[in-house]
Each structure stands twice: as structure tokens, then as C-alpha cells.
Write a protein that binds this ligand. Sequence first.
Ligand code: ADP
Length: 451
Amino acid sequence: MSKKIFRSIWMVSAAVLIAALVIIMAALYDYVDSTQREQLVDETHLASRGVALDGATYLKNLDSDNYRITWIAKDGKVLYDNRADATGMENHKNRKEFKEAEAKGTGESSRYSSTLDVKQLYVAERLPDKSVLRMSIDQKPVWMVLLGISPSIIFVAVFAILISMWLASRLAWKIVEPINNLNLDEAIQHVDEEDFREVAPLIRRMTQQQEQLRKDRDEIAKSAQIRQEFTANVSHELKTPLHAISGYAELLENGIVKDEDIKPFAGKIRKESLRMAKLVEDTIGLSKLDSGAKEMKWEDVDLYTIAENAVDCLEIPAEDAGVSISLDGESCPLYGIPETLYSIVYNLCENGIKYNHPGGYVHARLENGTDHITLTVQDSGVGIPKEDQDRIFERFYRVDKSRSKEVGGTGLGLSIVKHALLIHNATIQVDSEPGKGTCFTVRFPKGNLGE
Ligand code: ADP
């Protein structure tokens, strides 16, 4: 950038310099030209006086190399010429300057001699005896004048070029110096300063991008940390049932277990394997939702039908737990991903069964409102303490760890629900009182309908 600025400034000053030189030289030439003419007029006037008094004698004594002096008689005959033999010269009565002087007292003319490449300027003055004195000088052409003063011109030009180079480099440096010294991390603080007015939009844009980059970086770091924690948790959660299984298997292998205990041991092994399978299944489901459920298909569905299926599937576990499960409500058409909608109803109802007492109930209800479709899952279970209600949607968060494990929980059910709701733009509300029961209220905005 500084090179570009330097080049621009230098080129401008060089152009100005050349233009100034041309103008000055033209003016100079013009000045020299008119001064020469005035001098010639004065000289001719003075010499005329001399000739009027002394005649040819005066002229012969007049020693002049610069001027050509010609004395012309009244009839045009040349009486005297300091550069040629007067007798051999032709009659001058038709010369312009002679005719003018004859008529008006003074005359002037200029003629160009191509053989000598000079312009001759003639000035003539009429004497009292009607003869005419004519003086002339050679006027050098422009190029000769320039040639004469060329050493000075070259000196001035070189000097000016050097000065302009030095000034241009200083100026370029002065312009870019504040930018070079700008701390890019704090650039926005200087945006209103005089030095940065032109680059202010650039600074603003850069700061915005820096901010965005910082946010992106933080987000990437955060999600990397979440992923790392999740992996660690999954490994830990898998390790426990695995150790249990291998422990039971070892006991069976060594024949330590009594015959009547073999069945319960096998049952324990089966339960732990089911827990592992569920954990793997939930992890896969969650990671699908994490990546935005891209490969999942959106469809027009009836949430009531989906809920019916989920509740049907939970009939047996509910019966095993001595809990009654029911669903009522109306048809609720919705545009969504069927399997994730299913997992919402399933997980909420399953939790209602898992964290309940024998003889308790789980009741799901669907309402097709004007703005929202509302799903409520009410149970008569153990309830959730106030301080835990916000945290139950975190991965692997359990209010009562041993109870969760006892009932085959993975700690991921509500995380899956949260993600599935997020994808559908839905909200969830928890109303719970320990010992009395819990009610989850899910609201799907109607905007999703038929999108
Ligand atoms: P889990 O697989 O342990 O059930 P969830 O993510 O589904 O994991 O639930 C997290 C925790 O929230 C559970 O361990 C439980 O303590 C609590 N919880 C969830 N639903 C209910 C409910 N309906 N009643 C009481 N506690 C619940």
C-alpha cells in the first residue's frame, strides 16, 4: 500500500513539475522575445539620432556584432550595411519595415530564414531626411534557447525529482504509519479518530468478523467439551453393566453359584445387557438429533396416532409396574419427524411409569388448540424436587441415581425429548411436587402444520 501511495504521489508531483517547467519556459521565451524587441526599438531610436547628426561616420564607428544595421536612402537604395557591401545590395523600398517607417515613422517586420534556421526581427525608423535606419537581430528558435539553458533545467529537474521522491516517500510513510501501528485487537477504539476516518468501515467490518470468529471459536470449544464429557460419560455408563455381566459370568463359569441361583444370575445378566443395549440405542438417537436430524424425514402426521402407538407399547411395562396408563384427546395433525415425535411421547410416558408407585397412574392427553397442539403427561409418581426440575433435561442427570438404574434408566431420555422438541420448535413445562406426581406440558406451535 505504501508503495502505491508513494508511486501516486510521486507521479502527480512529477507531472506537476513537468507542466510547471513547460509553462515557465514558454513564459520565459515569450519574455525574452518581447524584451529583445523592445531593446531593438530603443537601440534603433538611439542609432537614428546618431545617424541624423553624423551620417555614415556614426555608423562606421558603431561597433556592433549582435545587430545588423542597414541605412536605406529615401528611394530604397542601401547606403550602408555593417554586414554586407551596400553597393551590391538590392533596392529595399519594397521591404515591409521600410514601407511602414516611410509612412508612419517606424516600422517592424520579422522573417524566417530556413537556411539559417533563425528568425530575423527588423525595426526601422525614419530619419528627418526621409532616409530610413533599419536594425535587426537574429532570434534563436525555442530549441536553441532551451539548449542554452539545458544544464540549469536538468539541474532543477533532477533536484525537483529527488525532493519530490523524498517528500513522496515521507508522505506515504506518514499515511500508512498509523495503520501499521494499529493494534488490530483494539482497532475499534480508534475508529472515530482523524487518522482512521477513511479506513473506519474496514475496521468496523474487521471487528465484526473478529467478534464472529471469537464466538465461533468459543462455540466449537464448548461443543468439543460437551462431546468429550458425553463420550466419557457414555464409557463410564457402559463400563458398570459390563463389569457386572463379566462378574456374574465368572461366578457361573467357576461353578460357585448354587443351582437354584443360576436363574436369578442369568436374569441379572439379561437385565444389565438390556440396560447396555438401551444406553447404546439412546446414544445413537441423541447423536442423530445432535446433528440436526438431517437424514430424518418430515411428514404430515397425526400426533394422536403416534401417541396411541407409544402408549400401546408401554402397556406391558406399565402392567409390570402396577401402573395404569391411558390416553385421551383428539386428532392433532402436525408436520414433523414421526420417530422423534414418538420418542417424545414414549419417554415422557415411560418416565411416568418408572418413577411411580404400584397402583399409580400415567395419563396422557392431546388437545388441538387454536395456536398450539398441547400434549400433557400427568403421573401420580414420586415427583421431582424444585431444584432438580431445570436440570433433569441434562444428559445423564438423574434425581435418584439408584432408582434410575433400578428401573433401567439411562439418564438420556429427557435429553432426547429436549432435542426432539427443539427441532419441532416446541416448548416443555414441568409442574411437579415431590410425593404427589408430575405433569409435563408440551406445546407444539400450529405454524408447523402442513409446512
Ligand atoms: P432416566 O433414564 O434416568 O429416566 P431421564 O432423562 O428420562 O433419565 O430423566 C432424568 C431424571 O429425571 C430421572 O432420572 C428422574 O430422576 C427424573 N424424572 C424424569 N421423569 C420423571 C417423572 N415423571 N417423575 C419423577 N422423576 C422423573
